[in-house]
Design a protein around this ligand. Structure first.
Ligand SMILES: Cc1cc2nc3c(=O)[nH]c(=O)nc-3n(C[C@H](O)[C@H](O)[C@H](O)COP(=O)(O)OP(=O)(O)OC[C@H]3O[C@@H](n4cnc5c(N)ncnc54)[C@H](O)[C@@H]3O)c2cc1C
Ligand code: SF4
Length: 320
């Protein structure tokens, strides 16, 4: 690791000022310090944002819940009321890495974590995402890579929390150069669909401060399939939410993780459930629509069937 300056910000404004040209924000450090140790990123200044006042709390409300960016994944996992109101988010949090990681990892850092592609993470490989000319995964080791992409990079988004927050219609609040942006989860990642060097839509200096989730009487759930039971990312993950009118579904939202360079959603799949009873048939139909345009690579075709199964199982968890 190269030497760097370490500073602690006491307000969002000071965080931005301290960042200078080549700085990086530090939350729990699980992702950033790994990148620094591997010389993937070499910031001249690391700005600790974990002491920003008031941003480590979960505030419940009748209409909206507000989460500071520094709320840890363990706080989401442990909050007894959250488990009742947003069970899908609690389930997604409980599956992150391991308890040691969840104790330290922050909500903002989890959303902003970088690609886990092993070519990207190799200090001596300058792939497309790091400004090189080639995606080595396309004709190489692509077992963990995407089924859908909008650009030549096939590295998937791996944040559990992102897909769960997507189904809950969360708003991510970002400070950008004196302006406050309110981004949907899809907007937070849109740039990664278009641009191979992007991990998300954040620009240098953008600071996630809060996440808001509207209270909408949605049922929600999250399931994933992994190779290991802990200390690992999912192979594929699925989050779903829906409102119910009696036994009929309304406003279903399904997101898949680890299959695209954004949290992956297909509007037709959501719409196919509108007014339907939730059963094996309707859940399978939605799964087929979600995976219809999948483009597997040489080693990741297995993800298609896992994704379909997860969609069906996650949706059926929404049944009362
Ligand atoms: C073995 C292992 C298994 C894992 N398994 C999973 C898993 O199953 N699911 C999953 O979702 N994750 C998993 N992770 C990833 C882990 O959850 C993330 O690395 C962690 O959540 C990042 O949070 P952090 O607070 O440590 O972020 P940091 O490492 O501090 O920061 C991550 C990135 O976000 C930026 N950043 C931090 N805070 C802000 C902010 N407020 N505004 C803007 N940018 C910010 C940093 O500059 C950096 O680029 C795993 C990690 C490991 C090591
Ligand atoms: S998938 Fe993306 S991150 Fe991985 S080698 Fe290809 S361009 Fe690089």
């Amino acid at each position: 690791m190269n030497s760097f300056q370490y500073v602690t910000a006491t307000s969002p404004e000071s965080a931005h000022e301290l960042l200078a040209k080549n700085g990086r924000y530090l939350g729990g450090g699980i992702d950033l310090l790994g990148e620094m140790k591997d010389y993937i990123t070499e910031p001249s200044v690391v700005v600790n944002v974990k002491d920003l006042p008031g941003l480590d709390k979960i505030q419940s409300g009748d209409k909206v819940w507000t989460f500071g960016t520094n709320v840890t994944v363990a706080q989401l996992e442990d909050h007894p009321e959250l488990k009742k109101v947003f069970p899908g988010l609690q389930m997604a949090a409980a599956e992150v890495g391991s308890r040691q990681i969840r104790n330290v990892a922050t909500l903002g850092g989890n959303l902003a974590q970088h690609s886990r592609c092993w070519y990207y993470r190799h200090r001596d490989v300058k792939c497309l995402k790091r400004g090189g000319n080639t995606c080595y995964a396309r004709d190489g080791e692509n077992k963990y890579h995407s089924l859908f992409t909008g650009n030549p990079c096939i590295s998937p988004v791996v944040s559990n929390l992102a897909i769960s927050l997507g189904t809950l219609e969360a708003v991510v609040i970002v400070e950008r150069g004196g302006k406050t942006l309110r981004l949907s989860i899809s907007e937070l990642y849109q740039k990664a669909w278009e641009n191979p060097t992007a991990h998300n839509s954040l620009e240098p200096g953008d600071l996630i401060t809060k996440i808001e989730i509207p209270v909408q009487q949605r049922r929600s759930a999250y399931l994933q399939m992994s190779e290991k039971s802990m200390f690992d990312w999912a192979l594929v993950s699925c989050a779903a939410s829906a409102k119910f009118d009696g036994s009929k579904v309304s406003q279903a939202r399904i997101f898949l993780g680890q299959v695209a360079n954004v949290p992956f959603m297909v509007q037709e799949a959501n719409e196919s459930l509108e007014g339907a009873s939730l059963d094996e048939n309707s859940a399978n139909k939605a799964a087929d629509l979600l995976l219809e345009k999948a483009q597997p690579h040489s080693q990741n075709g297995y993800k298609v069937q896992i994704a379909k199964t997860l969609v069906r199982r996650t949706l059926l968890q929404l049944k009362a």
